[in-house]
Design a protein around this ligand. Structure first.
Ligand SMILES: [Zn+2]
Length: 335
């Protein structure tokens, strides 16, 4: 089973017809469609197979059903789903199913499809800096006339039909019952990382647990993440040990010279005062080590896990920061 090079966790099923590049244009929006077909759990795969054989030149970037997303065309290339202008500016999403009422879109099967679509739309929004909002027809028009400075966002096929009458399209999907409010909220939730908890990111036998990050096998993110974390932890512990040794040596020096200290400061500074100051200093050093270790971890993870999101990275870093601070405070060696 071939996997997408662009999103390695997605199945890759290229169609018979699509365009290389975007004819001088670039991605400006997401286009939501329905297939006007079945909404079975195999419908995405069925749709992709159909596009491998059909001879009328139609294709899409993605098919989405209740249990999967299949990618058919790279987002840097043109899929043929929304006539000339819509094809050259849009990333096409075919949601498996047909015209539905709002209630039908929100039933279990369609809701699962919406959520799968939202997860992938969020990734494309992040990749192309697309805000999570539906463009008006006028804005969809300006995305073309003001290119490359026009607005970006998410549209329905119907919006392309209405924005570009010269293209002669007549499709009205995804229909007036499409629950735009619910769908856009799902996309926002994905971008805000609502579905990823720190526990998803962190576990004791490795850093990375989320199976959607598994790539094509050339690198293993579990091992890469775990290695980056192990290096970070051992460096932080070594730095903390050196700091502890230095502070201890200073405290011993103060104790040896307790009588002199007391005399020259008129009793103001005793060995106990020095030890208390040094303890505070030690805490500051530990805090500094934790603070400096975190950007290092972020850099290492981002370099090794191409598809880690900013939210996931931030959560991993925050979890590691907490764990490292607790370990250093407890005086562990990190071994
Ligand atoms: Zn359509």
């Amino acid at each position: 089973m071939a996997q997408s090079a662009e999103y390695p966790d997605l199945r890759w099923m290229p169609p018979r017809a699509y365009g290389r590049g975007r004819d001088g244009k670039a991605v400006r929006y997401i286009v939501i469609h329905y297939t006007a077909g079945a909404e079975r759990s195999t419908s995405a795969e069925d749709g992709a197979v159909y596009d491998q054989h059909r001879t009328n030149g139609v294709s899409t970037h993605y098919f989405v059903d209740s249990d999967s997303v299949v990618q058919c065309v790279r987002t840097t290339d043109r899929a043929n789903a929304a006539r000339n202008r819509g094809n050259r500016l849009g990333i096409q999403y075919e949601l498996c199913g047909t015209v539905q009422t709002r209630a039908q879109w929100l039933d279990a099967a369609s809701r699962a499809t919406l959520r799968n679509a939202a997860r992938q739309v969020a990734r494309d929004c992040r990749k192309y800096d697309i805000p999570v909002r539906r463009l008006t027809v006028a804005e969809t028009r300006r995305a073309w006339t003001d290119f490359p400075n026009g607005p970006r966002g998410i549209v329905g096929h119907v919006d392309c039909t209405n924005a570009y009458p010269e293209d002669g399209g007549d499709h009205t999907d995804p229909g007036t019952g499409f629950p735009w409010d619910v769908f856009l909220d799902m996309v926002r939730a994905e971008l805000e990382g609502d579905d990823v908890s720190a526990a998803d990111v962190w576990n004791t036998d490795g850093l990375i647990k989320n199976p959607s990050w598994r790539p094509d096998g050339s690198t293993n993110p579990y091992i890469a993440g775990k290695t980056a974390l192990a290096i970070l932890m051992s460096e932080a512990h070594a730095a903390n040990v050196r700091a502890t040794q230095a502070v201890t040596a200073q405290a011993q020096l103060a104790a040896q010279n307790a009588a002199i200290l007391k005399t020259v400061t008129g009793g103001q500074v005793t060995a106990d005062v020095i030890r208390a100051e040094l303890a505070t200093f030690q805490d500051q050093i530990t805090a500094a080590i934790v603070a400096q270790a975190v950007p290092l971890l972020a850099e290492q993870l981002a370099g090794q896990l191409d598809d880690i999101t900013q939210d996931q990275l931030a959560q991993a870093v925050e979890t590691v920061q907490r764990k490292l601070a607790a370990e250093l405070a407890a005086g562990g060696t990190g071994a």
